[in-house]
Design a protein around this ligand. Structure first.
Ligand code: OAD
Length: 275
């Protein structure tokens, strides 16, 4: 590894604050899950009949809940067929070494960080988890989607009466909703760790950003807070992004262009040696 990168990692580790890792769809791309904005991305390809960004709204769910559920059950099946990759596992090892000094903020709803072994307590799933449902915005109604729903939903599989029964709220048959943040909704603390994420950005000694295009609000705020504070920031991404610009302009940043699996394990190995 380059000496400047090693210096940044060491400075980050020597600080008093947490080591914060922010991930996006790129970290799961090597597990075979499409990103959102890439060539085969969910927002690029969409469902058979609807423009994808229109499906991921509360308004669409109000108009056509079964169609929206079909799309999420299909995406959930893709996620459940995927396995965590070396980059997910490297973050588990880092958490084990750092304990409460470690925090993972993920935009991914695929659940792969938790399946790899990251702890739920130190993982903020700021866009939800595709394996969960809830009744409206009530946090206490959050629960896993029943396993009986199965995980072999294809894009064209019809929504069945059995699925409707399994995905209903207990108050008389109203359909629960997928536990994801939609485009016409806002981050909050109870479901999406809004304030806690901003607080972590204000305290972080080191921020590592992996596989995200910087298209959403809270991650961009996290990046800009850390950049303004001049704390070390390392960005691993296949393409340049607003985060790589933060890193390049902050004077305490490093942009590792390429795949998460090619860069992250070596960085984590170095941190483990020094921790
Ligand atoms: P995007 O699809 O917008 O961006 C993925 C980023 O990962 C791109 O910058 C790619 O260059 C990069 N990338 C792809 N493969 C990679 C690899 N193997 N290693 C490293 N980088 C790689 O996905 P996100 O930024 O995660 O929100 O999208 C953010 C949010 O927008 C999503 O959580 C979703 C979407 O709307 C909601 O659904 C609320």
């Amino acid at each position: 590894m380059d000496a400047s990168l090693i210096d940044l990692l060491d400075r980050g580790l020597a600080g008093a604050g947490p080591v914060v890792v922010l991930t996006g769809a790129g970290i799961s791309a090597e597990s075979g899950i499409p990103t959102f904005r890439g060539e085969d991305g969910y927002w690029t390809v969409g469902s058979a009949h609807y423009h994808p960004e229109d499906m991921a709204t509360n308004a669409a769910f109000g108009r056509m809940p079964e169609e929206v559920w079909r799309w999420y059950l299909y995406r959930r099946s893709v996620c459940r067929a995927a396995e965590p990759n070396p980059a997910h596992r490297a973050l588990v090892a880092l958490e084990e070494a750092l304990g409460d000094r470690f925090l993972l903020i993920t935009q991914n709803v695929d659940g792969l960080h938790l399946r790899a072994g990251s702890s739920a307590a130190r993982t903020y799933q700021i866009h939800g988890n595709i394996d969960f449902l809830r009744c409206g915005d009530e946090p206490s109604s959050l629960r896993p989607i029943p396993l009986a729903i199965g995980d072999a939903w294809t894009k064209d599989a019809p929504f069945t009466e059995e699925a409707r029964a399994l995905l209903s709220c207990c108050d008389g048959g109203r359909l629960a909703r997928p536990h994801v943040l939609w485009f016409d909704e806002y981050y909050d603390e109870a479901l999406f760790h809004w304030q806690s994420s901003l607080r972590a950005a204000g305290e972080a000694s080191l921020l590592i950003v992996i596989g995200t295009s910087g298209s959403t609000n809270l991650p961009m705020q996290v990046g800009s807070i850390v950049a303004r504070r001049g704390a070390p920031m390392i960005v691993i991404n296949q393409d340049p992004s607003p985060f790589s610009r933060f890193a390049e302009e902050s004077g305490a940043g490093w942009f590792a262009r390429g795949r998460a699996g090619d860069h992250l394990p070596a960085m984590v190995e170095h941190l483990l040696e020094r921790a």
